[in-house]
Structure formats: C-alpha cells, structure tokens
Design a binder for this molecule. Structure first.
Ligand code: SF4
Length: 205
C-alpha cells in the first residue's frame, strides 16, 4: 500500500507490519524530548507534519486494506484522542476488517473531555500504549510539560479505568531521560496489573 505522499498529508504510514494512522499533530503535552519540538517531523522516511487534519473518509482510505497488516495503530506526532470521536468512528469502520487496533496515547483523554471515555473504547480498541514517561509527577512535569495541572494523576486514573474495557494495556517510558527511573516505572505497571515497555531515546516506532 502506497502512502499518501502529498506534502503535509501523510495520513498513514507503515512500520514493519503495522499501519499507523496520523490523524492530528495537536497534543495535550509539550514533551521536551518530542521530535516536533526539536524541529524534527520525520519518522523513518515519513514526514508527519500535517497541513490539515484528515477527515474520517480520508483516514479510512489511508488505512488501506487492514488485512494487509498485523495491526492498525493510532499514533502520529500528536495525541490521537484529541480527535476522539473521529478516532472511534474510524475504529468502528475498520473493526470488521482487522484483528487488532492499538492506540498510542498520553492517557489524558478523561481530563480533556471531563468524563470517563474509557467505556467508549470497549470492543473497538484492543490495545493501549500509554506514555507513563516517569515514576512520579515531578519528573513527568519536567519532561512532558503538561498544559493542565494534575496530568500525571489523571493519566494513572485513565489506565486504572481502561483496564475494564481494553484487553491489553502497556505503559511505556523512555530510557535515557534524566531522572527517569525505568525499574520504578516498571513497578508502577506491575502494581496496576498492566504491561510495561522500555523505549529508547531517539528510537521511534
Ligand atoms: S505526546 Fe508525543 S507527540 Fe505529543 S508532545 Fe509528547 S512526544 Fe510529542
């Protein structure tokens, strides 16, 4: 499946055998380590800066034939849940054609929408990768620079609630950021009964 390579319109891209959907560049966080805050918008060979956000039909078209991929992943250089309703509608459309839909998220959707949105994901999202990023709020705030107070606690609460509705949850943290204690992050995941994945600074995908 070819990517839509019109400048500023890479709505989907393929890494290994996963198809990634790039539906927004907006974020709830302003991570100091984020490539986009370091003027780097390219992941592998894909330029992910969007000149506009794709409409539902464009996202579904860009996904290609989901059967060609092991999974569909909402990701991109932005927070997909900032377009929650488009995301859910896309997942509804793709659901019959794919075995696995994963969402990479900062886990702040409940804080953004002012309600628990995790039940909306039941039956649509098979796996969540949630950016834990740090073992405590202080370290998290230092690296992620959230726009709203209470983000760290809100993210942990999101994970607790999502356990009821999403079968597979993995917390991630980036090894190599000053002050980030990877074993302590892993313990938090253990305590919550979810998975953990250590990411490496500068390696995306
Ligand atoms: S959440 Fe992801 S895309 Fe958004 S600022 Fe942080 S690293 Fe960048």
């Amino acid at each position: 499946m070819a990517n839509n390579t019109a400048p500023g319109q890479t709505f989907a891209y393929t890494l290994r055998d996963s198809r990634y959907l790039n539906i927004t560049n907006r974020c709830t966080l302003r991570c100091a380590f984020c490539p986009k805050f370091n003027d780097e918008w390219t992941v592998r060979e894909y330029a992910l800066r969007l000149v506009r956000e794709p409409a539902l039909e464009e996202i579904v078209a860009a996904a290609g034939d989901p059967k060609d991929y092991r999974e569909i992943v909402f990701c991109g250089l932005g927070e997909p849940t900032l377009r929650l309703y488009t995301l859910l509608e896309t997942a509804t459309r793709l659901r019959p054609h794919t075995q696995r839909i994963r969402l990479n998220t900062d886990g702040l959707a409940n804080q953004v929408y002012g309600r628990d949105v995790t039940p909306d994901m039941e039956g649509l999202i098979d796996a969540l990768s949630v950016s834990l990023n740090a073992q405590d709020a202080e370290t998290y705030n230092l690296h992620c620079r959230p726009k709203r107070p209470g983000a760290y606690e809100a993210m942990l609460d999101f994970v607790k609630r999502a356990r009821e509705f999403v079968p597979e949850i993995t917390l991630t943290a980036i090894d190599g950021l000053p002050g980030v204690d990877i074993p302590a992050c892993e313990k938090i995941a253990d305590r919550l009964g979810v998975g953990f994945r250590r990411r490496v600074l500068g390696v995306v995908g």
